[in-house]
Ligand binder design. Structure first.
Ligand code: ADP
Length: 258
């Protein structure tokens, strides 16, 4: 693996740093011949450190396919993907897995927490995979839980938490490794308006205060209104890529409750 990815890098990138995401001419075709599905038909996308991008578009427009490539879960049929300056196409499956573990955080609609373990243990899990000892893991996981306002819930299992709290645990798990990029796939899809707002306040704060780069897939224009930039997919292409005029509406929103 390239030296650039050998060690996790802390903090935000300097001005001259490469983009976090750079897709050039990316296509993805499933199947072949008459049965071929052209899920992506040539995507060019650059996302720099510190951005907060909402990805929108109707069902079947290629959002998930693109996010799977960006998240290093899949590879393009053609075209290039550079993550933090590293050509992901040149990495082995194992190297891509390491890249995911060390540099990416994922948040899903369904939280994806382990139900029999506590919030703290869920948040510690990425650090277990990194080989950290308990005495090194605990304080970091507790800090991540404090960031999402759930330090007091560390010893509760997901079943004892509300949906909104579970998603906040999932966000703590995603940021405990200090990733270069947070990928959130419909993070508020299972939540009511108030709980959704709490999640969006949290993501917004992580972006504004820590410079965390976020890419969030959503169907909901209200959810997308929290992002700095909106990218719209249609039929495997990017149809629109614009700054979000509503971004400043949410400045100074109430912090997250316990
Ligand atoms: P979205 O996330 O915007 O709903 P997807 O990326 O899931 O869109 O799908 C884009 C297109 O690719 C759709 O036509 C979908 O049916 C197709 N597709 C997605 N994944 C697969 C797959 N594993 N095999 C075959 N076709 C797929």
């Amino acid at each position: 693996m390239s030296a650039a990815l050998a060690e996790p890098r802390a903090g935000t990138a300097a001005a001259a740093a490469p983009p976090v995401i750079e897709l050039r001419g990316v296509t993805k075709t499933y199947g072949s011949g008459a049965a071929a599905v052209h899920a992506l038909r040539g995507i060019d996308l650059r996302i720099d450190a510190g951005e907060f991008v909402a990805v929108m578009g109707p069902s079947g427009s290629g959002k998930s396919t693109c996010m799977n490539i960006v998240g290093c879960l899949d590879v393009p049929s053609a075209g290039a993907y550079r993550f933090d300056g590293v050509d992901v196409g040149g990495l082995s499956r194992r190297q891509r897995a390491l890249l995911r573990r060390n540099f990416l955080g994922f948040v899903f609609q369904g939280y994806n927490l382990l139900n029999r373990t506590t919030a703290l243990e869920n948040v510690e899990l990425p650090l277990v995979y990194r080989g950290l000892r308990p005495r090194d893991r605990h304080p970091r996981a507790l800090r991540a839980l404090a960031t999402v306002g759930l330090e007091a819930w560390a010893n509760h299992t997901p079943g004892e938490l509300s949906g909104g709290q579970q998603q906040r645990v999932a966000i703590a798990r995603a940021i405990v490794t200090e990733p270069r990029l947070l990928l959130a796939d419909e993070p508020t899809g299972n939540l009511d308006t108030e709980r959704s707002r709490e999640i969006l306040v949290l993501l917004s704060r992580l972006n504004r205060e820590r410079g965390l780069t976020i890419v969030m897939v959503t169907h909901d224009v209200e959810v997308a209104s929290w992002a700095r930039r909106i990218v719209r997919f249609l039929d495997g292409r990017i149809r629109e890529d614009v700054p979000n005029p509503r971004f400043e509406e949410h400045r100074g929103e109430e912090p997250v409750r316990q």
